[in-house]
Design a protein around this ligand. Sequence first.
Ligand code: NDP
Ligand code: PYC
Length: 342
Amino acid sequence: MTDTASLTLDQVFDFAVRVMTANGLSEPHARANAAVMRDCQRDECQSHGLYRLIMCVRTLRAGMVVTDATPEVFDHAPGVVRVDAKRGFSLLALDAGLPLLVEKARASGIAALAIQNCFHFSALWPEVERLAEHGLVGLAMNPSHAWVAPAGGTTPILGTNPFAFAWPRKDGPPFAFDFATSAMARGDIELHRREGKPLPPGTGIDARGNPTTDPLAVLDGAMLPFGGHKGSALSLMIELLAGPLIGDLTSLESMQYDEGAEAAPLHGQLLIAIDPARFTGGDSASHLARAEALLDATAGQGARLPGQRRHEARARTLAAGHVSIPRKLYEDLLALIPEAKR
Ligand code: NDP
Ligand code: PYC
């Protein structure tokens, strides 16, 4: 037996749906979650592919998430869509709100979508890439749980707070980046722990505030922001914009709500969509051509554009027709299906 399991993308999707529905999640939520896990697995984003099933199932078993929540969309203001996820997972709420966000961005040039009251576990690039597929510039951000100490401090009060951006390109996939504002995503630290690998210095500190490269000590201690005070400031900005501004929880409040269950964080999410056709004015084509020149000048000198690794991985997966995941992970995920339903 090899040490990896090979699955087609359809099998990834079906497997993820099966694991979640066997743990009580309704089919519409399971399908929305599974689609994003499949796309992450396709693009070799290991920490947010099938691995996320562990967090999802823990959340389901903690009994916190509303397994059949029907998100409610509010046309809140000319440039604002609000979706109440009703304590369900975020992705079905996103599906519900996205069409109105796109419509409003096209009508006004810019619009925001505030998803409220959702359990959130996923990568953000699939969301901003969806906006770029509509020809829109997309930004997305959210808090998480208070795992990260601010630069200069030792007490975790910030989330790993991801930030994603996508810029549509005429020929080819959008320019997109998506990163945690911590030095490393928590999911990635967990994967280091699973694989027995040390962390790069600067990822976190132990419970006594000492620097360490031991993943378990960092998980029990505090993670650190990327880029010192700069990452810390961005992380605080995300707490504010995707927390109090949209009437939702900060990472610290989400952690307090969790009460040690280690479920997915409960909070809100902010997406912003911008229509370049409205902003660039009458000579949209020439301005967008200048944007292309800038992106080409980056890639043209051998610097890699964010998203490039992902799109190369996507092409590789689509050509191979399957993905490989560590067999140990596959077996751990299979074990999440209650025996009677296996
Ligand atoms: P990475 O550090 O792996 O990547 C961050 C971004 O930088 C990606 O767009 C990546 O592009 C790009 N990149 C990486 N290396 C280079 C390089 N050498 N040159 C140019 N660009 C580069 O991401 P993180 O580990 O910080 O985050 C992983 C995922 O975790 C994200 O999708 C994020 O949304 C998710 N996350 C979700 C949270 C949540 O609350 N839901 C919380 C925290 C993280 P490429 O992909 O092509 O490598
Ligand atoms: O990897 O930091 C993380 C994360 C938090 C929530 C989902 N992923």
